[in-house]
Design a protein around this ligand. Structure first.
Ligand code: ATP
Ligand code: MG
Length: 397
């Protein structure tokens, strides 16, 4: 019996003439994500991706787990595949699901016949396959409203597919179909969620992290590497840029009014991020900011931050409560790492009473009084460390 994974395309089916591009990106993502598990034949037809292992020794549990994290797929299921003839369908259904049927009391069969040349219509196929399975498992009952197992038979162009319920996929659009952006990744809860949200809308992402040794430790940096690796299960391989930020940060601390420190620092971080983004053609920045979460995330503070550089700043968490962000971070598997207690450069030197309504005039005046900042920012951007993040690799430290 041959087993296959069926992945059902989501929103991309609405993409009209561009659909080919979306399908190519999706195939590429699947191929790449399964690469080290073995060889698969991947093809797309009728809004579905057919992912078939080329040998019997492939770990299908792991393949399925990985595909469930690929954006562009709304639902997926494992299925047995057989010839489009009724006897094979019956034999395959029994071989594939007989064990499961022995453990339950009620079931139902659903059929979908996209290949209209198949001689039996869907209701007839449901009825006849149901009758066959009942003859094998006489203690079973059909329950059309609330069955313990729903068996699907799909008659497609290339074969017949038999499977249990579909499970939800990651949704969204294939990574890379909406352009490329640079995500500001702190060690916190919000920024990994922000990355996930934007990748889900089809952005290919790299990450940038600001480290200020010795105020921030190697452990803090390793935590960010771990977060980037967790996110890469969704986004694919990426680069984590680590900026040596100590000098610009100390310079701002020593030369600017305390109450403006955080906003000045955030503007400086975004300017550096833009420099790095420009070197690799990234078209936007992403942050985990959420309205009114802290002093630097009030509207006036965000307006000052936005004015620092010209790339769009995407903030998918802006309208989310912390409880929602936490729920999402648990769901995507970053929460436990995010709450490990290491310091972040954003939390060192912060004044006790930062200004919540800074004006752009006072911010620009403060920057005018820091003539050395631009050069320190250029130096930090030039000395950025590039850490390649590959799925499955252990961090090299
Ligand atoms: P997170 O928002 O990730 O939970 P946080 O809430 O401690 O961490 P904030 O101080 O709220 O971080 O910072 C807001 C955003 O600024 C972060 O979501 C992240 O995008 C960015 N940021 C903060 N610190 C850093 C850093 N050291 N390196 C890169 N980006 C950072
Ligand atoms: Mg935050």
């Amino acid at each position: 019996m041959k087993e296959i994974i069926l992945a059902y395309q989501g929103e991309m089916t609405l993409k009209g003439l561009n659909r080919g591009t979306f399908e190519a990106k999706l195939s590429k993502a699947i191929r790449h994500r399964l690469e080290d598990l073995g060889e698969f034949k991947i093809r797309q037809a009728q809004s579905t991706v057919f992912i078939q292992p080329k040998s019997d020794d492939i770990d299908m549990d792991e393949a399925f787990r990985r595909i469930s994290k690929i954006f562009g797929i709304v639902k997926l299921s494992r299925a047995a595949v057989c010839d489009k003839d009724f006897d094979s369908i019956c034999a395959t259904a029994e071989a594939y699901l007989g064990q499961t049927l022995r453990g339950i009391k009620t079931f139902k069969v659903e059929a979908k016949r996209s290949d209209k040349t198949f001689p039996m219509k869907s209701p007839e196929l449901c009825r006849e396959l149901g009758a066959f399975l009942l003859s094998k498992h006489p203690y079973l009952r059909v329950d059309v409203h609330n069955p313990q197992l729903e068996i699907m038979v799909e008659i497609r162009d290339f074969g017949a597919y038999i499977h249990g319920p579909k499970v939800p996929g990651a949704g969204g659009l294939p990574v890379g179909t909406s352009g490329r952006a640079l995500n500001l990744l702190s060690g916190g809860i919000d920024s990994p969620v922000a990355a996930w949200c934007m990748a889900r809308r089809g952005l290919a992402l790299h990450h940038i992290h600001f480290a200020s040794p010795p105020y921030t430790s190697l452990r803090a940096k390793l935590k960010v590497v771990s977060l980037a690796r967790l996110i890469s299960e969704y986004t694919g391989n990426c680069v984590l840029f680590v900026v040596p930020y100590t000098k610009p940060q100390e310079y701002i601390r020593d030369n600017a009014p305390d109450v403006l420190f955080t906003v000045l620092m955030r503007r400086s971080m975004l300017r550096i991020a833009k420099r790095v983004a420009d070197t690799t053609g990234m078209e936007a920045l992403v942050t985990g900011e959420s309205l009114a979460q802290v002093a630097s995330q009030t509207l006036p503070a965000l307006a000052c931050t936005d004015a620092a550089q010209s790339l769009p700043v995407l903030r998918p968490c802006i309208g989310m409560d912390k409880t929602e962000i936490i729920a999402r971070s648990r769901e995507i598997g970053t929460f436990e790492t995010s709450i490990e207690p290491y310091e972040d450069c954003c939390t060192i030197f912060t004044p006790p009473h930062p200004k919540t309504r800074p004006s752009l005039e006072e911010i620009e005046a403060a920057e005018a009084a820091m003539p050395g900042l631009e050069e320190l920012e250029a130096e930090a951007a030039a000395n950025v460390e590039k850490i390649p993040i590959h799925i499955g690799d252990e961090p090299e430290f």
